[in-house]
Design a protein around this ligand. Structure first.
Ligand SMILES: *Cc1c(COP(=O)(O)O)cnc(C)c1O
Length: 227
């Protein structure tokens, strides 16, 4: 079941890459495994998936311990509390949800020296009122400048979770606005656009996503397991 869904998702991503003039393999799939058991993650791994996203620190670390024999790359994508930064800095290769200088500063200071720099994305709030987390668009240049100066972390790009919209054209708008804001930073080394979930991945790919974060369409509705 997971293998079939993974193959269907890969085909859908490749179709969207072709349709919207993106390079082949420009978009990678992050399998969002929050609330799902280690067995489901192992099944996705057996089907070739390597990058996994988790929202809850303790849950993620338990699964990482169970799956320690596999060569997986772990991304933290959930809201970050200050008292969790030390564990996040030790147990993940990527963090998509950095939304303040304070959190970035803690991650930088707590990243173990024997590990490569932590890859981070700045989470930007592009849906006006609906979401509390994320950097406001007009604060992005200043916060980017402060965070990019920190050691032990590498700012790779931005992440966004727009308010849900059914209409394709409407789904594209917030991503387009964020792409423009990032272009205005004038930082060509920003190479990561963590845009798109199960419900809007095509719109995200149309606007330049390089990572789509997919949970439901791969592992099934949370609360029921398909594994
Ligand atoms: C849960 C989650 C996802 C995956 O959402 P689906 O709709 O299940 O694909 C993606 N990104 C973040 C930040 C999430 O918390």
């Amino acid at each position: 079941m997971i293998e079939k869904r993974l193959n269907d998702l890969r085909a859908q991503i490749h179709r969207a890459e072709r349709l919207y003039g993106r390079h082949e393999n420009a978009v990678s799939l992050l399998a969002v495994s929050k609330t799902k058991p280690a067995e489901a993650i192992a099944a996705a791994y057996q089907a070739g998936q390597r990058h996994f996203g988790e929202n809850y620190v303790q849950e993620a670390i338990s699964k990482q311990q169970l799956l320690g024999a596999f060569d997986m790359t772990w991304h933290f994508i959930g809201p970050i509390q200050s008292n969790k930064t030390k564990l996040i800095a030790r147990h993940f290769a990527w963090v998509h949800s950095v939304d303040s200088v304070k959190i970035a500063h803690r991650l930088s200071g707590q990243r173990p020296q024997n590990l490569p720099p932590l890859n981070i994305c700045l989470q930007v709030n592009i849906s006006d009122e609906s979401s509390k987390s994320g950097i406001a668009l007009d604060e992005l240049p200043d916060i980017y400048r402060q965070i990019t100066a920190l050691p032990n972390i590498r700012v790779r790009g931005v992440m966004a979770i727009p308010a849900p919209a059914d209409d394709f054209a409407e789904q594209r708008l917030p991503y387009k606005a964020l792409m423009q804001a990032v272009a205005a930073l004038g930082q060509p080394r920003l190479d990561t656009f963590s845009f798109g979930m199960s419900g809007d991945l095509e719109a995200a790919i149309a606007e330049g996503a390089t990572i789509v974060r997919i949970g439901t369409a791969l592992f099934g509705t949370r609360g029921q397991s398909i594994a």
